[in-house]
Design a protein around this ligand. Sequence first.
Ligand code: SAM
Length: 307
Amino acid sequence: MNTFHTPVLLKESIKYLVTDPSGIYFDGTLGFGGHSEAILNKLNDKGTLIATDVDKDSFTFSKNKFKDYSRVRLYNFNFLLIDSISKIESVSYFDGIFADLGVSSFQLDNPSSGFTYRTETKLDLRMDKSRVISAADIVNSFSEEEIANIIFKYGEEKNSRNIARSIISKRRIKKIETTTELREAIEEVTSEKYLSKTLSRVFQALRIYVNDELETLKSFLTKAVDLLKVNGRIVIISYHSLEDRIVKDHFKYETLDCICPKDFPVCKCDKEKRLNILTKKPLTPTVEEVNLNLRARSAKLRAAERL
Ligand SMILES: C[S@@+](CC[C@H](N)C(=O)[O-])C[C@H]1O[C@@H](n2cnc3c(N)ncnc32)[C@H](O)[C@@H]1O
């Protein structure tokens, strides 16, 4: 364990994920290595862990943390590249695939990561700094309608139109370059009572858009199921309803053996039932865990097994 990030639903994740100590496991969100370390502790000397993180600082930290482990292979890639990574590693199928979505406490708390609205920092929100569009580009160059739509769609923020209008009037006077400048634009049209929730939602919306998080998750889930061994497990922890809905719907879709329209007399599709859902309802942290780690409060874990 380290002070940078406390892993969420750790025991539950490992219980569902690791079924064969000699197996090959994939952690798509290495972060500070909390879940990866627990996976490794379950493996024997034949087991392998392949893990990746798109964020350079997290990758560098974990590279150092695991430098003495022989059966770990680490990448500084988007987890969307799970298929390329498996080719590089000559792995046909994984015994378990894991993702603990979003950003770590370190990324949220450290001003230099640029993910927090609590301290003044350059407005960016890219996990992978080679991405073309940053949060500053959105607020300074997108139209009022586009900004409002992003805030509404990805932040589920009802006051999106007023916030977008406030952003536009601020940027007419001066480019919005810092988290504080964006915060001020939001504060102008938000009551004190709702401020902290609204700030979280707007920053979440911009982060999701900038990193294309929802489309990335959808593609990752499809590839992950393709790459799971029979009886292999997939375990995903999400932190907001948009992500959780995608995981829930995708798992559900993978349990269907026919997707023909209801009025078709016979099945014409080649749909294969590929998953058995292991968590009918998502697992959530105990009150004790939330008391120890507030970041866990919105976590939902869903697990499924490849048929
Ligand atoms: C909640 S943290 C994971 C923490 C980790 N489980 C631990 O215990 O230390 C999420 C991590 O996933 C990374 N991440 C988010 N989206 C990613 C993606 N598409 N590909 C790779 N890494 C991603 C973030 O940079 C962050 O380090």
